[in-house]
Design a protein around this ligand. Sequence first.
Ligand SMILES: C[S@@+](CC[C@H](N)C(=O)[O-])C[C@H]1O[C@@H](n2cnc3c(N)ncnc32)[C@H](O)[C@@H]1O
Length: 140
Amino acid sequence: MFDPFLGSGTTAYECETLKRNFIGVEIQNELVEKVQNNLDKTDKIAKVFCGDSTKKETFEEINMFLKDKKQNKVQLAILHPPYADIVKFSNLENDLSNKKSLKEFLESFSLVLHNTKWIMKEDGYLVSVFFLKKNQKKFV
Ligand SMILES: C[S@@+](CC[C@H](N)C(=O)[O-])C[C@H]1O[C@@H](n2cnc3c(N)ncnc32)[C@H](O)[C@@H]1O
C-alpha cells in the first residue's frame, strides 16, 4: 500500500494491523520520524520517506527502494490530501495546503497523482479523499 500524504500515519498503522507492506511520503520531517519509530517493530515493509510528493525525485527514490526490496510496483494507493487551504498543515512552501489558489492546488495534486501512477501496477487501485467547498457544486 502507498500513501503520498502520510500525516500522522493512519494508513501505515492499518497496514501493520492487516500485515500489508507499506510505503508513505510526508513533507513534515517530525511526522515522518514519529511514524517510522512506531513502525519499526513490524516484519513487513514499513518505510516512510520525508519528501515532496509533487516531485519526481521523491518517486525515483521510492522506485529504487522497491527494486532494492525486490518488490514489484504498488497494488493500492490511498490519498488523503490537504483540503486546499482550509486547514494549514505546515509553513512549508510545497505543502499543498499553502497553495495560493484552487487552481495551483489542483495542479500540484495532479502532479502527485501522476507520480503515484508511475509506481503503480497497471491493474492497481487508487483511492482518494476529495473535498467540495461550501456552495461549490462540482469538483473543478
Ligand atoms: C489531510 S493530511 C493526511 C492525514 C493522514 N491521513 C493522517 O492519518 O494523519 C495531509 C498531509 O499531507 C502532507 N502534505 C502536504 N503537502 C505535501 C507534499 N507536497 N508532499 C508530501 N506530503 C504533503 C501534510 O503535511 C499533511 O500531513
